[in-house]
Design a protein around this ligand. Structure first.
Ligand code: ATP
Ligand code: MG
Length: 90
């Protein structure tokens, strides 16, 4: 599934792995992140946005951790970012 916006395209894909998990990916063509920025994701109040609270990723990571799931982040500065979450197939 792809959703076009004025500033780019956000891709949403889900793909079953053969290990019993489904990978759900959200991929953007945004500003991307450096390795150092990725490492700071999830720290409370870490934000590079003018009006960001810096709590979004912290809450998201908490929810994923509570569900005992994994998230993988692939990002390249000035190219884009992909977040992948692995969920068990029922
Ligand atoms: N998809 C992304 N591409 C580039 N940078 C990102 C992406 N997602 C998060 N970031 C960076 O991580 C920072 C922290 O994100 P987080 O969602 O925790 O806070 P926020 O978006 O700034 O504020 P809010 O609490 O309103 O969500 C962002 O400010 C941004 O710099
Ligand atoms: Mg956010």
């Amino acid at each position: 599934m792809r959703s076009g916006t004025a500033d780019g395209t956000i891709g949403l894909t889900r793909s079953p792995n053969n290990d019993g998990f489904i990978k759900i990916s959200v991929k953007d063509q945004g500003i991307g992140m450096t390795k150092e920025q990725i490492d700071k994701l999830g720290s409370p109040f870490y934000s590079l946005k003018e009006s960001g609270t810096g709590l979004g990723m912290m809450v998201s990571f908490q929810i994923i951790r509570n569900l005992q799931r994994k998230v993988r982040i692939n990002s390249e500065k000035d190219v884009g970012t992909e977040f992948s979450i692995y969920l068990p197939m029922i």
